[in-house]
Write a protein that binds this ligand. Structure first.
Ligand code: BGC
Length: 771
């Protein structure tokens, strides 16, 4: 062996150069046609590409011995890379209110990786401002790109079907048009950075109880008009790179295993071009998922890889199906920063994004009550600030929707910075209480941990009376938090806790006795009961979960620096039992729900309250301003519908301060073939900042698609002939202008496949159509 003959070296060098030549002949992603790249992949490689890298892969953990250094610690998942074919690993991270990655890295004290906590989706939707949401998306997407992420697992746009839904804060609205348009704006903003989105959770994922297995039983009409409509709007308008299927079943089939949903509807009817991934560990059968058109299984397990290779080998999964899924994934990988070797900085402009987060919060909060112009308050007003969350703002919810943010501006700090005088004794008391609370309740590492409202402190009557004597005004914050894995509770969550009610009553009576006022700030994830206590207050500001700059945003509204212009995109009912879904949420059997039947059908939110004349605490579309607006005469481009109708009207600021108005267009359709709600939102617009006396012309376009309802019998979207009323309003019940046009004959706008029908009959509530 010591002296090898020269011919051996010649042989070796020939072999090596042949291999190099062969490698250079391998089709490379981005250079060769996709088909050629796919042909060059082994079965194992294909199976690994359609299953993610796994939950415990190096991308989401600190480097450990034997593992290679990775680029984004704390990301939620990654796709398998195949370097020999120029296929990179791509990184997927949560979540809807900002990038969710680990802020501090192992052995790396020189740098942090915090991300901006933007306001939650429920708050953004209350802006009704697609330009603003797009602006948030542009900033958000910049952080996605600069932190080395390829696809952000957002936006989420399930429907607020029931106020107890634990993830409602991640979702926009009870209405699919608002949800779809908000999601579209967010997708456009994020994707303008050359990174991808994943709209989720497709579909009918409207509760957390038994979320991995719950079977949502609903009519084809409710599915199409309410639960799919928002996705359809967002997909067709904004083309998200990926879609995330949900955990639940729809009418008996897991969404990730449903060919009807993922192929017939999503690809064939809506012409979707991106790829579909499962929710994390969603569904059961990888082969059914492959066949359904669920291209990528996340986070990916070795068992799934084996199941897929075995299935191809034994003929139960066609190679052509696997190739199609691989192709869908590759065609998106081609667009990613990872593929383009983008040199990310890890230093997004957090300062600038904080300002955008603040602006979004300010322009979306909803002023629910403002008796005798309690707000705004003059700078220099002295404030007795009660409530634990006044000193510890809830910027956003928990779970995958949480964000590791650099700081949170509390309401107390916000008010102080805005020039209000905060009572020091109370501040010291609460600050200590919060410090003790945090020591005794460390943040759980378990993202699915139970969340309870923070304890209130006990204050004596004397202490409260003393504060009422000293300070100009009382403010009380009520906080609520929630997150994935569990739904909210009715008692002590939807309803106030006894201690909160007690504090509110005592503060109210002490301050009112001195002729002083009481303001409540709601720092909540979603709708709560307000009927039993709102009379103790003079003003209520709904701040939702406003992101990390929330305290400043609240202070700017309280001081009048910003005129509130948000309106509710979700109804506040008088009582929980008034919610139509309260009859069947979260399903049966009650001990461990397996099925949830949507007996309310299409009558979700205002569609129910308005149609059945059920009074609400604060209706859909409602919100106050420090100014007032006049809605001038509405003009339609025609009184007979041909292809479209344009609606125009002037909006004038008739008050004393500048402000923005959200103008809503509802349509009442004639009843012929189908039961109809009294009215449905078909358009909305927000004015620019109008100075006192200034007017802006607002216009809407109505096309045939906006007139139709889904007829399950004929599987078609139809517009009934007859008289359509156009109601332009400041809320769903505050209509300021009404006009009408006629549709001379029925129109079938689209025919669809007959899919996803319930297997049992549902006794859906019906309107007697007397409107
Ligand atoms: C959530 C998704 C999230 C995923 C990855 C799941 O538990 O339902 O919304 O994107 O985890 O973190």
């Amino acid at each position: 062996m010591k002296y090898l003959p020269l011919c051996f070296f010649l042989f070796l060098s020939n072999l090596l150069s042949a291999q190099v030549r062969d490698a250079s002949k391998l089709p490379q992603l981005g250079k060769a046609p996709l088909e050629k790249v796919i042909d060059a992949m082994t079965l194992e490689e294909k199976a690994r590409l359609v299953t993610g890298l796994g939950f415990n892969s190096t991308f989401n953990h600190e480097p450990v011995a034997g593992r290679t250094e990775v680029k984004v610690i704390g990301a939620a998942g990654a796709t398998f890379g195949i370097p020999r074919l120029n296929i990179p690993t791509t990184i997927l991270a949560d979540g809807p209110a900002g990038v969710r990655i680990d802020p501090i890295r192992y052995k790396d004290s020189s740098k942090t990786y915090y991300a901006t906590a933007f306001p939650v989706a429920t708050l953004l939707a209350s802006s009704w401002d697609t330009a603003l949401v797009r602006k948030v998306g542009v900033a958000f997407g910049n952080e996605v790109r600069e932190y080395g992420i390829d696809i952000i697992l957002a936006p989420a746009l399930n429907i607020h079907r029931n106020p107890l839904g634990g993830r409602n804060f991640e979702y926009y609205s009870e209405d699919p048009v608002v949800a779809g348009r908000m999601a579209a704006a967010m997708i456009k903003g994020i994707q303008s950075n050359g990174v991808g989105t994943s709209i989720k959770h497709f579909a009918a994922n409207n509760q957390e109880v038994n979320r991995n297995n719950i079977n949502a039983i609903l009519s084809e009409r409710a599915l199409r008009e309410i639960y799919l409509r928002g996705f359809e709007i967002a997909i067709q308008d904004a083309h998200p790179w990926t879609v995330m299927s949900s955990y639940n079943k729809i009418n008996g089939t897991y969404t990730s295993e449903s060919h009807d949903l993922l192929t017939t509807i999503l690809r064939n009817e809506w012409h979707y071009q991106g790829y579909v991934m499962t929710d994390w560990f969603g569904g059961k059968d990888p082969i059914a998922q492959m066949n359904a058109g669920n291209d990528l299984l996340m986070p990916g397990t070795p068992r799934q890889v084996t199941a897929i290779t075995d299935a191809v080998n034994n003929g139960s999964l066609k190679m052509a199906i696997l190739d199609k899924n691989v192709k869908n994934i590759l065609s998106i990988i081609l667009k990613t920063p990872a593929f383009k070797h983008y040199n990310f900085s890890n230093t997004p402009d957090l300062k600038m994004h904080a300002l955008i987060s603040r602006q979004a919060a300010e322009e979306s909060m909803v002023l629910l009550k403002n008796d005798t112009q309690t707000l705004p308050l003059k700078s220099g007003t002295s404030v007795a600030l009660f409530g634990s969350n006044s000193y510890s703002l809830i910027a956003g919810g928990t779970g995958s929707g949480a964000v590791n943010k650099p700081y949170i501006v509390s309401i107390e700090k916000g008010l102080r910075d805005a020039g209000f005088i905060m009572n020091k004794t109370l501040s010291d008391l609460y600050t200590k209480h919060m410090a003790d609370y945090q020591v005794n309740h460390p943040v759980s590492k378990n993202v699915l941990a139970q969340i309870k409202p923070i304890d209130e402190i006990g204050l004596t009557d004397d202490a409260i009376q003393d504060l009422a004597a000293r300070e100009d005004i009382a403010a009380i914050t009520i906080g609520r938090n929630a997150g994935e894995g569990r739904d909210r509770k009715l008692d002590e969550d939807f309803k106030l806790q006894d201690v909160e009610m007690d504090l509110l009553k005592r503060v109210s009576s002490a301050f009112h006795a001195k002729g002083k006022k009481v303001v409540v700030v709601l720092n909540i994830d979603n709708v709560i009961e307000t009927t039993s206590w709102q009379r103790y207050t003079d003003a209520i500001l709904l701040a939702w979960q406003p992101g990390m700059e929330g305290g400043h945003a609240i202070a700017n509204i309280v001081s009048g620096q910003v005129n509130p212009s948000g309106k509710l995109a979700t109804t506040f009912p008088l009582t929980y039992n008034d919610e139509p879904s309260s009859k069947n949420f979260p399903g049966t059997p009650v001990e461990k729900p397996l099925n949830v039947t949507y007996e309310e059908g299409i009558y979700v939110g205002y569609r129910y309250f308005d149609t059945f004349n059920v009074k609400t605490a604060y209706e859909f579309g409602y919100g106050l301003s420090y100014t007032s607006f006049r809605y001038g005469a509405v003009k339609l481009s025609s009184s007979t519908f041909q292809h479209r109708i344009t609606v125009r009207l002037p909006i004038t600021n008739t008050g004393k301060v500048a402000g923005k108005e959200i103008v809503q267009m509802y349509i009442s359709a004639p009843v012929n073939q189908l039961d109809k709600p009294k009215q449905e939102l078909k358009g909305f617009a927000k004015t620019r900042l109008l100075q006192p006396g200034e007017t802006q012309i607002i216009s809407f376009t109505i096309d045939a698609g906006q007139l139709c309802s889904f007829n399950s019998n004929s599987s078609s979207w139809i517009a009934d002939a007859g008289r359509y009323q156009v109601k332009i309003g400041a809320s769903s019940i505050d209509h300021r202008q009404v006009a009408a046009f006629t549709l001379p004959r029925d129109i079938t706008v689209t025919r669809t496949a007959k899919v996803l029908a319930p297997q049992i009959s549902i006794s859906e509530i019906k309107n007697n159509n007397t409107h």
